[in-house]
Design a protein around this ligand. Structure first.
Ligand code: DAH
Length: 358
């Protein structure tokens, strides 16, 4: 067989090897076998030196042509494989940009914060400032400055969470309560905010104090050991019970609707005199009486009263010059009334099926 025929056979084999390569590895193996240092075509090129001079031009031309052909075939096969791999990737990992996106679930404010903020808005609209007080309080702010006598039952450890510090020399809350004013507790009401405000601010004062309060109550349908109040305090010259009524009537109508009637029922709080509880007419029956309002036609929404002169004196405010009123709104109460909630505990469980409704 002539050398030319050998070259033709080699070309046919090379085509077969290259075209038959079914992946990048097989193609690389074929390339090494043909064009590598010890490859057949490389060996062929080395052989040219030994060919008879008269055959050299023809054979040399053919050998060079063969090498170029094989190189081109490898190149084409390689780019075909790459194109194929890319096509496979596009098919398997394709992103359909026309599909609707996955919408992230958006959270929103908890119902309690919504209501507290709505109460803030109602009072900010008539010029009140919003103040804050500490949740960890001393008994001075929570009780004593608020005119609560030392033997007031709400001071007992059964009604107040005391922060017990066992360090030597610290006051561990005794029962019944008679310790000094350094007792540290979790505030049971936002009313201590009144004292903080008057300590820092001269009248006229028109302020509210929203906040979390704590009481050692077992959670049930209408009690939570941790709940929320919005305290209100007004101290100015010439403030009367008429101002209290006008302000809280405005609040009740803003919060519960303009058709609501209000009723001020006498009550007792140590820090206000006179004191009362404010009822609004029942929204379920319109005041006729139903099971929601326990057939009274009224629902209690807050405690209020004229600031006791002793409280003003405790804060260095002259009771001969200034008078004031205060009120305390239960935020969970307002929420329960607004949405007819049968069980306050639902507010604390974090169950999104419940919370997402508001
Ligand atoms: N602090 C009272 C409570 O927790 C509520 C209250 C009643 C606040 C009368 C007041 C007030 O400011 O004047 O039950």
């Amino acid at each position: 067989m002539s050398l030319i025929e050998d070259l033709d056979a080699l070309e046919a084999r090379a085509r077969e090897m290259i075209e038959g390569a079914d992946g990048a590895d097989a193609l690389e193996a074929a390339r090494v076998a043909l064009l590598g240092k010890k490859g057949e075509i490389t060996a062929l090129m080395h052989m040219m030196g030994k060919v008879a001079p008269e055959e050299r031009p023809v054979l040399g031309k053919r050998a060079n042509e063969l090498r170029r052909i094989v190189e081109t075939l490898v190149e084409h096969a390689s780019s075909d494989l790459r194109r194929q791999a890319m096509a496979n990737l596009m098919a398997t990992e394709a992103v359909d940009v026309t599909l609707p996106g996955a919408r992230p679930t958006l959270g929103h404010q908890h119902l309690i914060n919504q209501i507290a903020q709505e109460i803030e808005d109602v009072f900010c609209a008539i010029g009140y400032t919003v103040e804050a007080g500490p949740e960890v309080e001393t008994s001075w702010y929570n009780f004593t400055a608020l005119n609560a006598p030392m033997d007031h039952p709400s001071r007992s450890a059964r009604d107040t969470f005391y922060v017990v510090d066992n360090a030597p020399g610290s006051v561990v809350h005794p029962e019944p309560h008679a310790a000094g004013e350094s007792d540290v507790l979790l505030r049971t009401q936002t009313s201590g905010g009144q004292i903080h405000i008057m300590e820092h601010q001269e009248p006229p004062i028109y302020a509210i104090v929203p906040g979390t309060v704590y009481r050692p109550d077992t959670a049930d349908a209408c009690h939570l050991p941790q709940f929320h109040q919005v305290e209100g305090l007004v101290v100015d010259e010439g403030i009367t019970f008429g101002d209290l009524k006008g302000t809280l009537d405005y609040f009740a109508k803003a919060m519960f609707g303009p058709e609501r009637k209000t009723r001020y029922r006498p009550h007792f709080f140590p820090f206000t005199e006179p004191s009362c509880e404010l009822d609004v007419s029942c929204h379920v029956c319109g005041g006729k009486g139903c099971s929601f309002c326990k057939h009274s036609g009224w629902i209690e929404i807050l405690g209020c009263g004229m600031v006791d002169p002793n409280v003003l004196i405790n804060c260095g405010v002259d009771p001969e010059r200034y008078t004031g009123f205060a009120f305390g709104i239960g935020v969970e109460r307002v929420a329960a009334l607004r949405y007819d909630l049968p069980d306050l505990r639902a507010l604390m469980t974090g169950d999104m099926r419940f919370l997402a409704q508001f």
